[in-house]
Design a binder for this molecule. Structure first.
Ligand code: FE2
Ligand code: FE2
Length: 470
């Protein structure tokens, strides 16, 4: 039995479900979106040039900020660097080592709302350094190619702007999007959208859409944005592993996974409080605490692999948990987070860990992945069991919230070729295309059939329920 079929069978059995559908509906999901009053397309009062530092002083980037906070690209300007430019990260050994090995790359501290992280950016100078569907965003040592549906305002309809949006996703990764405004836009800012959705370009227009679903295990999210702890030098989180060959890319990958596993501890801690607030039975709360302990071990194992591949003594710094209980403690809000973090996040994490273990030839890495895969499958079963308990309450708000969350999260993946590390399946890192195909298959043939069974709806109804608020 392949990895997907095996996980699907295990989850169905754990929920006591008797039939096993494939979930393939052939139906295109429809977009309902939300009509808002936030569309101010084409308007840009009091424009201010965004500048970049050069040896000759500040010069324009070509990006302009309007008084309503919209940023758009009026014209393309080359990205420039001061002559003594250095990256802003000084402590992340895998990042520093990776950057040293690539020309024009800087190891930079990425500051988002909630955390700080180090990434190796290869700087660009002009759009010609990027793919056809990308633009070079000038930002000093952070200058980088970003996804771009338009290059400048000239690519857009008359009086419309080529708008740039920046943020971070549910896994804590920085996000960029650049696309033309249109009169059909349903929103301009996240504030124009209802809770749990954001204003983003959907390939056609700016619209309110659910936060992207997790493909990074069980994330710890606050206001839909993923939070992870900064990595720092320490040895007390290292699970000793046998010596591994030094490998900077593998070290950086496993350090990132360790940070995500560490964040899963916080997610389970919060979920325990949420279950208590809903009066859940003791067995569920006990299983959630056991799962949190599993995540501590996962983090230790993964910090151990990062260290083994050359990251040195590395562990988590402080995790920002402010506002962790401010996203809503009502049953519908808890159910929506449960769908994203557990039913989808942990199901896909179990799938990825199992497939990565199957393909890892390094025995040390394979042993870690096999242990994690076994635990993540149990966590996925727990997530679906908790969801069934929540749905059994008969709360109509829970049911509609769960339905819309599944529908939004099961949108088809973007068609563009995935990017990522290649050639390291021996060390537990799936090829990017294989990973995307696996996760898409997991969404449609594991998550969707389980969702339809628990909701008592057809796959078509889950994927295209009309007239539900976003
Ligand atoms: Fe985990
Ligand atoms: Fe987990």
């Amino acid at each position: 039995m392949d990895t997907v079929s095996s996980l699907r069978a295990a989850l169905w059995i754990s929920l006591g479900l008797s039939a096993c559908g494939t979930g393939s509906s052939g139906t295109d999901p429809t977009d309902t979106g939300t009509s808002t009053t936030g569309n101010q397309a084409g308007l840009c009062s009091k424009p201010v040039e965004l500048l970049q530092e050069t040896d000759a002083g500040p010069v324009p980037t070509g990006y302009v900020k309007c008084s309503n906070r919209v940023v758009h690209r009026e014209r393309a300007e080359a990205a420039e660097l001061v002559s003594d430019a250095t990256g802003t990260c000084t402590w992340d050994y895998p990042c520093l080592a990776t950057c040293e090995a690539s020309e024009g790359a800087f190891c930079n501290s990425i500051q988002s709302d909630a955390d700080e992280d180090c990434r190796c950016n290869t700087t660009c100078t002009t759009d010609s350094d990027c793919d056809d569907d990308e633009a070079c965003y000038p930002n000093g040592v952070h200058s980088t190619c970003i996804p771009a549906h338009c290059k400048t305002d000239d690519d857009c309809d008359t009086d419309m702007l080529c708008e740039l949006k920046t943020g971070s996703d549910v896994c804590g990764n920085p996000t960029y999007a650049q696309a033309c405004q249109s009169v059909d836009d349903e929103c301009r800012f996240d504030a124009d959208c209802s809770n749990r959705s954001e204003c983003r370009f959907d390939g056609d227009k700016y619209a309110c859409r659910a936060m992207s679903s997790s493909d990074c295990g069980r994330p710890f999210t606050v206001e839909g944005k993923g939070r992870i702890a900064t990595a720092q030098v320490r040895a007390d989180w290292l699970e000793a592993s046998k010596p591994l060959p030094p490998h900077t890319q593998a070290a950086a990958w496993w350090l990132r996974i360790a940070q995500l596993e560490h964040a899963s501890i916080a997610s389970f801690s919060r979920f325990s409080l949420e279950l208590l607030s809903l009066g859940a039975p003791p067995a569920l709360i006990a299983d959630v605490h056991q799962a949190g302990l599993d995540e501590i071990r996962h983090a230790q194992l993964c910090f151990g692999l990062a260290s083994g591949f050359g990251a040195g003594a590395v562990g988590p710094g402080p995790l920002d948990v402010r506002g962790a209980l401010s996203d809503g403690l009502d049953a519908p809000s808890i159910a929506r987070r449960l769908v994203l973090e557990a039913c989808i996040g942990e199901t896909l994490a179990a799938l990825e860990a199992a497939e990565s273990a199957r393909r890892a030839s390094d025995p040390e890495v394979r042993a870690v992945l096999e242990e994690i895969a076994t635990d993540e499958q149990r966590h996925a079963e727990l997530g679906w069991t908790c969801l069934r308990w929540l749905l059994a309450s008969g709360d109509a708000g829970v049911r509609s919230g769960v339905l819309i969350t599944f529908r939004q999260a099961l949108q088809p993946a973007e068609a563009s070729a995935p990017k990522g590390i290649t050639g390291l399946e021996a060390y537990g890192i799936l090829e990017p295309q294989r990973r995307r195909d696996l996760l898409e298959q997991g969404r449609l043939t594991v998550v969707l059939p389980l969702a339809t069974a628990l909701l008592g709806e057809s796959p078509e109804a889950v994927l295209s329920s009309p007239n539900l608020p976003a």
